[in-house]
Design a protein around this ligand. Structure first.
Ligand SMILES: NC(=O)c1ccc[n+]([C@@H]2O[C@H](COP(=O)([O-])OP(=O)(O)OC[C@H]3O[C@@H](n4cnc5c(N)ncnc54)[C@H](O)[C@@H]3O)[C@@H](O)[C@H]2O)c1
Length: 336
């Protein structure tokens, strides 16, 4: 059984990771040993974020609470640390935990800069531990359906695609860090990265790209990116300026023989020549699937084929390149 500690007990830890740990604990796969957060009021636990909320009294009495990670590592025995602190702290804390011999699951984005992602990969090798980044869409069945369709050539070759992620501004964060691009990377690195990452996974590395950002609610809180492939291009839209509007994430991919549409939790195939139909698939909770995948990697020593840290690092590299295009007014640039 894998013993887990959570570092940073804010929005994502409470709303998305805790339900997964509860389920895995009930199945006898993990034991949540301790949580650490510099703000002890977070241990009360029922935060609501853009994707939903959590239940009250998430933490059992058997889970130790710490306000400094140094005290947590000095007093507790655990195998893996789940890093859920703000993005600008990911690299240093992940490297610290790896060097102390813990396996690390870190929330996305891996870090603000590609160079720091490479340092995280090096620290993983040096410590002979496992590192995985929470690029959670890779574990969602709605995206798995597309992956299978592309790999099996079910509908022919892709010809167009649009991926969208629209949210209210994330203003629940500690010290309002999301609204500070120096600490969060803005919408481009924080929200838009989900679609850029899954597009890379599905279609490979684009040969060129454009990106435009806009200041609406705060700074850089809207990003439109076009990723160019030899025979088609994919548009990704990220926007966290939409106060009061429910969170939306959807996609529509046009293939030679059909269009696949995912919206409002519903997947529909529209054959270019025939009637629309709902394909066989079942929705899953991709946060739970992601955490279960990492726990299984630790249990079995299996290779991480779905979400290796080197791949998550390349997504940050592409985001850093999109930032350059945006800084040049949306200039089309080669992906080098
Ligand atoms: N995968 C997703 O869909 C998703 C969704 C939301 C957030 N995230 C990511 O999760 C991470 C955390 O986001 P969040 O929404 O939980 O933010 P948050 O501000 O709600 O939570 C972060 C927590 O870290 C704590 N903290 C800050 N510095 C610390 C330190 N040195 N030691 C211990 N605790 C510290 C804060 O007090 C806070 O409770 C970010 O990197 C964010 O991008 C991912």
């Amino acid at each position: 059984m894998i013993k887990v500690a959570i570092l940073g007990f804010g929005g994502i830890a409470q709303a998305a990771h805790m339900p997964a740990y509860r389920q895995l604990e009930a199945e006898g796969k993990i034991k949540l040993v301790a949580v650490c957060d510099i703000d002890p009021s977070r241990f009360g636990g029922n935060m609501e974020i853009n994707i939903g909320g959590s239940e009250e009294q998430l933490l059992g009495d058997d889970v130790k609470r710490y306000t400094a990670w140094q005290d947590m590592v000095a007093n507790e025995q655990f195998d893996m640390v789940d890093i859920c602190v703000p993005t600008f702290l990911h690299a240093e804390l992940a490297i610290e935990m790896l060097s102390r011999g813990y396996h690390v699951l870190s929330e996305k984005p891996m870090s603000l800069r590609y160079a720091d992602c490479l340092r995280m990969c090096e620290a993983t090798k040096a410590a002979d531990r496992r590192l995985m980044i929470g690029q959670c869409l890779r574990f969602g069945n709605e995206y798995g359906f597309l992956r299978d369709a592309i790999q099996n050539n079910t509908f022919g070759k892709p010809v167009t695609g649009t991926f969208r992620r629209l949210s209210a501004p994330p203003i629940w964060g500690w010290d309002n860090w999301f609204m500070d691009p120096e600490r969060s990377g803005g919408c481009l690195l924080d929200l838009h990265i989900h679609d850029v990452d899954i597009i890379r996974c599905l279609f490979g590395e684009p040969e060129a790209f454009t990106c435009n950002t806009q200041d609406v609610y705060s700074k850089k809180d809207l990003a439109h990116s076009r990723l160019y492939y030899p025979d088609f291009s994919i548009l990704a839209i990220g926007d966290w300026s939409q106060q009061g509007v429910p969170f939306t994430a959807d996609y529509r991919v046009g293939f030679e023989k059909a269009i696949v549409d995912y919206a409002g939790g519903v997947l529909t195939v529209y054959p270019r020549d025939g009637e629309p139909y709902t394909p066989e698939w079942s929705a899953n909770n991709f946060y739970t699937a992601e955490i279960e995948y990492f726990v299984n990697l630790l249990e079995t020593g299996a290779e991480n084929t779905l979400n290796p840290p080197e791949s998550a690092a390349l997504t940050v590299k592409l985001i850093n390149a999109l930032e350059k295009s945006a800084a040049c007014g949306g200039e089309k640039m080669k992906n080098e």
